[in-house]
Design a protein around this ligand. Structure first.
Ligand code: ZN
Length: 88
């Protein structure tokens, strides 16, 4: 899972992505930078569609680990037992 992090540079703070690239502006204090980091992390997780989502097969809500994770555990087991790997 990609993580954003806050780094201090001289007398400013900035937010880095998982590749170590600066994202967003320089911040005068660590709290502001940390808030921005959290906002980006939440946006990132949302893009990956982590969280509750309906199963593609049975439509039951389940806790998805990401966009690749589209079947609930029951359907994943079922798909695996049929010999077709649908759950990535
Ligand atoms: Zn299901």
């Amino acid at each position: 899972m990609a993580e954003y992090r806050v780094q201090k540079v001289r007398d400013a703070f900035l937010v880095l992505n998982a590749e170590g690239e600066r994202v967003g502006p320089f911040w005068a204090n660590e709290l502001a930078a940390e808030r921005e980091r959290l906002r980006m992390q939440v946006a990132f997780d949302t893009r990956l569609k982590r969280g509750l989502r309906p199963c593609l097969s049975c439509n039951a809500e389940f806790q998805s680990q990401g966009i690749h994770n589209r079947l609930c555990d029951a359907c994943k087991d079922h798909a695996a037992s049929l010999g077709r790997e649908m759950a990535g």
